[in-house]
Ligand binder design. Structure first.
Ligand SMILES: [Zn+2]
Length: 335
């Protein structure tokens, strides 16, 4: 039923896409609306759909005890992964914050849930305020982002064209903001989170953002990669992105991937086979060699190298970095 309903709505959407192309400044969102017909992505559609799903959140059973909560119909296609152990669970990201994610989590597990974010950009911390147990990387950047993001900083992602289905009713999209949240405990690289019968290793992998974090479930062959890798165009564009750090991050994760079966990123496809990190690392090194031309797109530079797409900006390529102590929403620009 869910997909049927979505299919009917897609027809409207294509119309919205055309209008957006002609009239609004939200070109990316218009592009997204045009791409709505491809949703849900085939990698996701091939996974078992959990009964915990609803009209907004699609929950896929990506591995034993792992539930990937996908917000397919908003431009970010954000994914939050709930990883359940015998005694407790980790919720790795909390979505864009338009609809509460906690009821979805409670439909899946009654074990105590602790939040950890793949990084503190707005599209991953939207539901943090719904939880009291939150682990975070101890950094000025993360602390600044705990104040939340006011509407102005995230407004483009809540414009009508940013949706593939009519946005849920009962919300004033002109007021949406990220609520403040607090860490209950700080964590460091290498820490093991014991969920009971399941151990997750915290990998602090700055680059995309200063607090970028991955999680390794070695025993089950799962690597949760956050925004360091997901199976779509990789964004390395905002002022807090650091390409030297990203180089170390993608190299570190690529070195691990031979030992895992699946990669679970924070956007687009909930689960893909391992093997792609090595290709991303190699393509990224080619990008940095300067031998490959990028395409200018509204102040951004897009590189497609060996089928890997990177979206970056000249200041990032030049090694500049904004003031990371001020945080960053993930949508802030260099201007
Ligand atoms: Zn993201």
């Amino acid at each position: 039923m869910l997909w049927q309903a979505a299919g009917i709505l897609f027809a409207n959407l294509i119309l919205v896409g055309c209008q957006a192309e002609q009239g609004t400044p939200h070109e990316e969102a218009a592009f997204f609306a045009d791409a709505c017909e491809g949703l849900p992505r085939k990698e996701n559609a091939a996974l078992p759909l959990s009964t915990a799903s609803d009209d907004w959140f699609q929950v896929y059973e990506t591995a034993e005890g792992v539930y990937s909560i996908v917000e397919s119909y908003q431009v970010e296609e954000s994914i939050s992964h709930l990883i359940v152990g015998d005694e407790r669970a980790i919720l790795f990201d909390t979505g864009i914050g338009l609809l509460p994610i906690r009821p979805v989590v409670e439909r899946i597990t009654d074990r105590p849930v602790t939040v950890l974010n793949s990084h503190s950009h707005f599209d991953h911390v939207g539901g943090n305020a719904e939880f009291s147990s939150i682990l975070a990387i101890d950094s000025d950047y993360t602390r600044a982002n705990m104040a939340g993001f006011d509407h102005r900083r995230i407004a483009t992602d809540f414009a009508p064209e940013a949706f593939c289905i009519p946005p849920p009713s009962g919300f004033d999209l002109g007021l949406i903001h990220t609520r403040p949240w607090k860490a209950s405990r700080y964590i460091e690289d290498g820490e093991i989170l014991d969920l009971g019968g399941r151990r997750l290793e915290v990998l602090h992998v700055p680059g995309h953002a200063p607090d970028a974090t991955a999680l390794l479930d070695a025993e089950n062959g799962l690597l949760f990669t956050g925004d360091t890798f997901y199976a779509a165009e990789l964004w390395l564009v905002v002022p807090e992105t650091n390409l030297d750090e990203y180089d170390r991050a993608i190299t570190r994760l690529a070195n691990i991937e031979k030992d895992v079966k699946y990669l679970l990123g924070a956007h687009a496809s909930a689960r893909v086979d391992s093997g792609r990190l090595t290709r991303v690392r190699d393509a990224f090194h080619k990008l940095r060699s300067g031998d490959y031309p990028g395409t200018e797109d509204g102040g951004r530079l897009v590189f497609t190298i060996d089928d890997i797409e990177f979206v970056t900006a000249q200041p990032v390529l030049d090694g500049k970095q904004g003031d990371i102590t001020k945080g960053g929403s993930g949508l802030d620009t260099w201007d």
